[in-house]
Design a protein around this ligand. Structure first.
Ligand SMILES: [Zn+2]
Length: 183
């Protein structure tokens, strides 16, 4: 077995030498391998060379490092996962879900209200222009209204007409542009 013309360790000990180096051998077997190495120059040289290469690799290869707070974060995450779900957690989860839905609806309502307000303004402008034309063409009709053709009354009638038209238009859009109702 100890043929000096052979290179490398004794075939029977090669794996054991590696395991011995790594500390993976049971005590009894480790003792037997050490005993062999003491009396076998080939295995001794090979084991020494292996240890040197292993040390060099360990020094040269990049070391994977964990962030300094990794352990703390891992423990916190594990505690979170293993903690039994209590009623409070469930409730807060439901509340979060509820808030999210309400928020989505509010954003939709706000958009509708904005569109409604824009629509109201457009409708009011149209009605105002039409009313102005009407008053110019048929001033006689106003004489039958209380207040006659007084300018402030004309303005009041036009205002009421504009407001009604705007509200009707908004109601048709399913979104009254009133802050209190915009939900
Ligand atoms: Zn040997």
């Amino acid at each position: 077995m100890n043929d000096p013309t052979l290179i490398g360790p004794c075939a029977d000990y090669e794996h054991d030498l590696v395991d011995l180096h790594d500390g993976d051998l049971p005590p009894e077997q480790a003792r037997a391998v050490r005993l062999h190495v003491e009396h076998c120059a080939r295995c001794r040289d090979w084991a020494r060379a292996f240890a040197a290469v292993d040390a060099q690799l360990a020094a040269d290869l990049p070391q994977a490092r964990l962030s300094t707070d990794f352990d703390a974060r891992l423990q916190a995450r594990l505690a979170e996962l293993t903690r039994p779900v209590v009623r409070g957690d469930l409730r807060s989860a439901v509340e979060r879900e509820h808030d999210s839905i309400v928020d989505t609806l509010r954003r939709g309502a706000r958009r509708n209200a904005l569109l409604g307000a824009i629509g109201s303004a457009t409708a009011m402008t149209c009605v105002f222009v039409a009313a102005r034309g009407l008053f110019r063409e048929a001033p006689g009709a106003l004489a039958s209204l209380p207040g006659g053709t007084e300018p402030w009354m004309m303005f009041g009638v036009a205002g009421v007409a504009i407001a009604i038209a705007g509200l009707a238009w908004s109601a048709a859009r399913n979104g009254l542009p009133l802050p209190g109702l915009a939900r």
